[in-house]
Design a protein around this ligand. Sequence first.
Ligand code: GDP
Length: 397
Amino acid sequence: MGRRKKIVQECEELMDQPEQIRNIAIAAHVDHGKTTLTDNLLAGAGMIADADEATQLVMDTEEDEQERGITIDAANVSMTHEYEGENHLINLIDTPGHVDFGGDVTRAMRAVDGALVVVDAVEGAMPQTETVVRQALREGVKPALFINKVDRLISELQEGPEEMQERLQAVIGDVNELIRGMTEEMDDIDEDWTVSVEEGTVGFGSALYKWGVSLPSMQRTGMSFADIIELEQNHERQELHERTPLSDVVLDMVAEHFPNPLKAQPFRVPRIWRGDDDSDVAESMRTVDRDGDIVFMATDIGMDPHAGEIATGRVFSGTLEKGQELYVSGTVGKNRVQSVGIYMGGEREELDRGVPAGNVAAVTGLKDAIAGSTVSDKEMTPFESIEHISEPVITKS
Ligand code: GDP
């Protein structure tokens, strides 16, 4: 069996196990390294050969696939990751990196349960960092932090361990101030959502040189802060990457700390949907019921030269299948689902089966859907309209 087919089969198995699914977004101020980090994750998960070849998907040696010249659309990607002996399906939804796309960022947040906030260690938290943290929290999405470009602190700024730790602590402090400020007002969040090195919800490293660390990873690999500084100072980055690969650190963090749909949906649904709490559809969204009413929220509409419009989004309830006739909020009549699929790496893969609740699906045939539409088999209250948050853009020269 080709490698690609094997991964598809793995994903199909995991789709039916919501406890193994993590739906996540990576959010950052522009240029803080979101794209570079995403490429690392895909390469680490075996979805592309190497981060340097992000545009060249070489998952399979089968000739037809190579001839098709598959390229990665970094917008939506799914990957599998083994953590503590269990495989996980990680669906990553892209968020635009510029403040002008505030609405799109929020839409993406609605489809996910965890947000990895990337902050450049040199620049620190910036206006867009604040915006994305706010958007995540408003949607009930749990944050974790990755401090990127730590190589620059060591090699360019020549900072010693103390200076570095101070700087990293300052970034963590800034992000936590935001989280604390917002979650204190949210009475439905009873857990502490601030990020912490000790808890393992903070990672740091270099997406460019593909290394990363967290407290749990340092305990596992036995690497100390001093080892890292020494290797980076000597530009032994390949060794750093091999001893403590960034993708492992980040994907472990995702599997360990972000909630699965079974945990997230009961909490998130009342936040993003104001329909009748006692209705069957509410119950079926809360319980992630694959046999319940169909509810899909489109986060993004893309175009495929062959398949036409592709609606990407989250299945909150029921199972989305080819041939279903579905309502699209705000429009009259029904649309017929032409195909359902998932993303594999950045490629859409049509499936012969349905996509159950808790997953991210790529659907064709929903010609009336726009980003933000609620799609359902019964007429229902649509999801809350998305509030656009825009902060003033401060450009650094
Ligand atoms: P995005 O706008 O957040 O997607 O950022 P990119 O991933 O495109 O990165 C912006 C720039 O920062 C690019 O020139 C990257 O090569 C560079 N960059 C990303 N990560 C790192 C890092 O860890 N260290 C250094 N030194 N540069 C990085």
